[in-house]
Design a protein around this ligand. Sequence first.
Ligand code: BGC
Length: 752
Amino acid sequence: MKYIKVLSFIVISLFFYACDQTKEQTALSKVQPPNFDVDINQIIGRLTLEEKVGQMTNLTLATIADEGTDRKLTLDPEKMEEVFLKYHVGSIQNVISGAYEIDQWHTLIQQLQDYTLTKTNHKIPFLYCIDAVHGANYILGGTQFPHNLALGATRNKKLVKAAAAVTAAETRAAGIRYNFSPVLDAGRNQLWSRLGETFGEDTYIVKELGKASIEGFEGNSLINSPTVASTMKHFVGYSDPKNGKDRAPAYIPEIVLREYYLPQFQEAIKIGSKTLMVNSGELNGVPLHANKYLLTDVLRGELGFKGMIISDWQDILKMHERHQVASSHKEAVYLAINAGIDMVIVPYTFDFTEDLIELVKEGRISEDRINESVGRILTLKKQVGLFENPNVEEELKPYFRKPEYQETALQAARESLVLLKNEGDVLPLKKGKKVLLTGPTAKHASALHGAWSYTWQGYKEALYPDSIKSVKAAFSGASYVKSLEFDKPKGSYRKLLASAKNHEVIVLCLGEKSYAETPGNIPDLAFPEDQVDLVKQLAKTGKPIVLVLLEGRPRIIRDIEPFVDAILVGFWPGSKGAEAIHEVIYGDYNPSGKLPITYPRYSGTLLTYDHKRLDEAIEKDDPYDYSYEFNPQFKFGDGLSYTTFQYSQLTTSADTVVNDLKISITVKNTGQKDGQEAIELYTRDWYASVTPSVKRLRRFEKIFLKAGEEKTIDFILNKKDVSFIDPSYKVIFEPGNFDILIGSEKKVIYWK
Ligand code: BGC
């Protein structure tokens, strides 16, 4: 009897264990299994488990190469053997200390490819990947464009696409076919150190400019063409951490996630972006790298993403060490693979590779699951033409540094500058005025570039090409006098203040020292006190001050704004930023940038333009004065011009709308100068079952108008544009009144 009991216990336990195992192993099978090309299936069929897991492993260059003091690379034969022959690693990324010459890239990549193709059994070409985030970042002399936040200010899709196409061409010219860009995170937390990498706070702008940049990166073909595979990153909810720090917990309810953070990924998937990178942080208590619901059910099941999912840097290890959701590294690997990750940026060790092999051998992860990932990785390699031609494509080298790229970079920089204040029309300055130039961001090229500029942090001045002008170099006609410098003790301002007396106007360059990611964390958005003090000292001279802000996020200027006459925000405008600033300040270019974010007045009030009505309750009649107005320093969409634009004749195809709505607006340049104007169409939903935002941007278009010229622009909206996510996460449309808002004009329509 006792034995029967024991036996039945064992049988029942085994049954439940087996069920559990089945549950683990079939966890991914709810989503349609991928369908690979015959040749991809054939390759998978001949690979050993170890070779397959090697394809899923991504390491950094430092694991196989050393960099001498002259920054020359040498491959280490022992390490190469370990990486490529013992662990069968299929892709490498990054640089050791910073950018290399294009010829160094060619040599490196060809050597690695030759090694892989001659020495490995599998003979699968290896893949190189880098972060060409705002230009061919890790190639010396590569063109650097404004960062995405500055590009957001341009409201110019064509320009964003052109900048991405140049980035792709120069990257591919160096032999690199896979780029970790663009950032599709909506920059809805102004403190976040990666705000500068986003296209701003508005989901529609992020979606449209993200799409433009993917089209620019990938072009029409990735085979033997000056294009690169793109990466939609970082999926999802990275950009609004509760504490404002990089890689910190975010708490975003799913209804909000779907309304503001998901649509841009959905669109990017629709247009065919090849890969996706996972958010390094955690969302609602679950690291994204362990979130099977989002990475598989939503991303693959619902959004239909068929491409490759890559982890972010070291994030599997972090699930064990930092997030503490896995009791060991191996458990973290289990969680990540089960969640749906295909390739892992490990990037220094073989722990991932070893643990994953063990998990398969133990039967906890099926080999079918591994085949899915390997199939996606091999498909990517096929898409970028590595099977057709694994060698460095010498014929694409002429795509590096074409003279016309400089013009694209200059135009992007021009259009990215936002003029926020121009009291008494102090700008444009008359040529020949005696200008004093000073401030910590005046002298350095890095101040124009920020993150991912020849180095990760962007502040190694020595790596910037001589052709890049700092503001000081661009303003060669001005007298530059030293004042504050980052990382140096503050000296005396005696010489500066004395010199101010002999000048007619002061151009003061303030902002932030270059940073990327976590090193850019700050405790609050307040402007550094020494910079505030500098403004106040200079204001005492009574000379007009033109403030130029070069910063990756909007540092609070409440206390200094009254002391300055003009404010020009550049964010990180890239290599041609200084020349563009010079052109705007002297009126050679009429500024057209519009803020892609809300510029806050207080560190404690960090709202976006599309906040809810309750965020700005105004109950003036109440004796206790409950008012808390929405009163940012500058509003989303603010941006002055040297001319004036008048909006009129806002008409709609109907007052009661059934399906699509056609909207027309006439815009006239009523000033004396030619100029560009970004026309923005907003809607405001009067009543909805989920509280509507005060307004939402639905369309934008940039036009050029000569002085006195007028144009009529048409937009088409449909029900989807004014739909929203309901509490059961469905996209719904609710009939009702909507305001249509363009410039100064407004019209109410009823949408049935
Ligand atoms: C960043 C990613 C980047 C990756 C690879 C990470 O630290 O979060 O945006 O693509 O490094 O370099």
